[in-house]
Design a protein around this ligand. Structure first.
Ligand SMILES: NC(=O)c1ccc[n+]([C@@H]2O[C@H](COP(=O)([O-])OP(=O)(O)OC[C@H]3O[C@@H](n4cnc5c(N)ncnc54)[C@H](O)[C@@H]3O)[C@@H](O)[C@H]2O)c1
Length: 339
């Protein structure tokens, strides 16, 4: 089986592509390298370019007519940047997804798996979020995902297209074989900041401690990126059983998370148990717009995909540390020796 993986040079797309390779599925990568890494695609079939390019899609499908499905990971993916430059997010994540859909329909590629996000849900204090929870994104980034999902539901209802939207919670860690991981400089989530603070010997800031949670600090659902990647392989394998080519059911949204939440303090405790030392922390006030947080209900993923996460929070922390160390070692090799 061959699949087109857009954004396959990025953190999640490259891990998904590795999981495909390990499962005997051949990924064909399309990525413009705007944030992705050429290193992650060096052993892959790779096309550098834009998902919105009709000409490039025509070339890819002419050279690989046996592509059976698309996994659409390409997007701009920073909540903070989307507030600063919403137009870029609507262009890259919505307009170019529209162009991609037209191309896929034109080339007869009717199975689509979409990288959606927990950022689409309204943060209304419900701890275990099911797929039927209220939608209400709080950032332009989240709204681009809502719009894309709505477009897929509408288009699949009136065309041969069938779509599974996988709503990721907070991916951590790296490919177990260290083929790729999250570029260190772009970590804005709590674990990335914790690793950076520990490495630089500066205190890690706990933002807010008066939320209605177990210990007052915010809750997040951290899911190992390898589990996430395996969820895509499961979705590919079950695609036609779930959404039969000629059936009436043509769109499905499924959460991929760990199924349990960790508070910031629990994350710190898990981190300390992995590294074997205490980390310096500083309690500060909550960030504007931050929410108590929630975690995924993963029952639907279990039922429909036969998927459940297998790796723990400490596994994800160990993996993220291993990746950070391998990146630091590469940087060290790149720095010219002093003479
Ligand atoms: N990382 C997370 O926490 C998270 C959580 C939920 C959902 N997601 C979604 O998962 C997907 C992958 O995210 P990621 O964390 O791997 O981000 P990433 O930035 O590492 O990967 C995105 C990839 O898409 C490529 N890309 C962007 N725009 C493109 C375009 N117009 N044409 C071709 N390539 C393009 C980039 O070069 C990059 O390689 C995104 O859709 C993101 O919204 C991410």
């Amino acid at each position: 089986m061959k699949v087109l993986v857009t954004g396959g040079a990025g953190y999640i797309g490259s891990t998904v592509a590795s999981a495909c390779v390990d499962a005997g599925i051949t990924p064909v990568i399309l990525d413009n390298l705007s944030t992705g890494s050429a290193e992650f695609v060096q052993d892959r079939i790779f096309y550098q370019g834009d998902v919105g390019s009709a000409g490039l899609l025509a070339r890819i499908f002419a050279e690989h007519p046996d592509i059976e499905a698309t996994i659409h990971c390409a997007a701009l993916a920073s909540v903070e940047d989307s507030v600063r430059d919403p137009l870029a997010y609507y262009r890259e994540n919505v307009a170019k997804t529209t162009a991609l859909l037209e191309g896929l329909l034109a080339h007869g590629c009717h199975r689509l798996i979409f990288s959606s996000s927990a950022a689409i849900y309204r943060a209304d204090g419900q701890p275990a979020i099911t797929e039927s929870a209220a939608i209400g994104a709080t950032s332009p980034y989240g709204r681009t995902k809502v719009m894309a999902e709505q477009m897929f539901a509408d288009v699949s209802a009136s065309s041969p297209l069938r779509v599974i939207s996988l709503r990721y919670f907070n991916p951590i860690g790296a490919d177990p074989r260290m083929r790729s991981g999250r570029p260190g400089g772009r970590s804005t989530h709590a674990l990335g900041l914790l690793i950076q603070a520990d490495q630089h010997g500066i205190p890690f800031k706990i933002m807010g401690n008066r939320y209605a949670t177990r210990d007052g600090t915010g809750v997040r659902d951290y899911v190992h990126v390898w589990d996430l990647a395996l969820g895509h392989v499961a979705a590919l394998r079950r695609f036609d059983a779930l959404l039969p080519p000629h059936g009436g059911h043509r769109y499905e949204a499924i959460n991929l998370g760990s199924g349990s939440g960790a508070t910031v303090r629990e994350l710190i405790t898990a981190f300390e148990s992995v590294v074997g030392h205490r980390v310096r922390v500083q309690q500060v006030g909550p960030r504007a717009g931050d929410v108590p947080g929630a975690y995924a209900s993963t029952d639907k993923a279990g039922e429909l995909l036969g998927w459940k996460p297998t790796l723990s929070l400490p596994d994800g922390i160990r993996s993220a540390l291993e990746w950070a160390a391998s990146e630091a070692a590469k940087q060290h090799l790149l720095v010219p020796a002093q003479t």
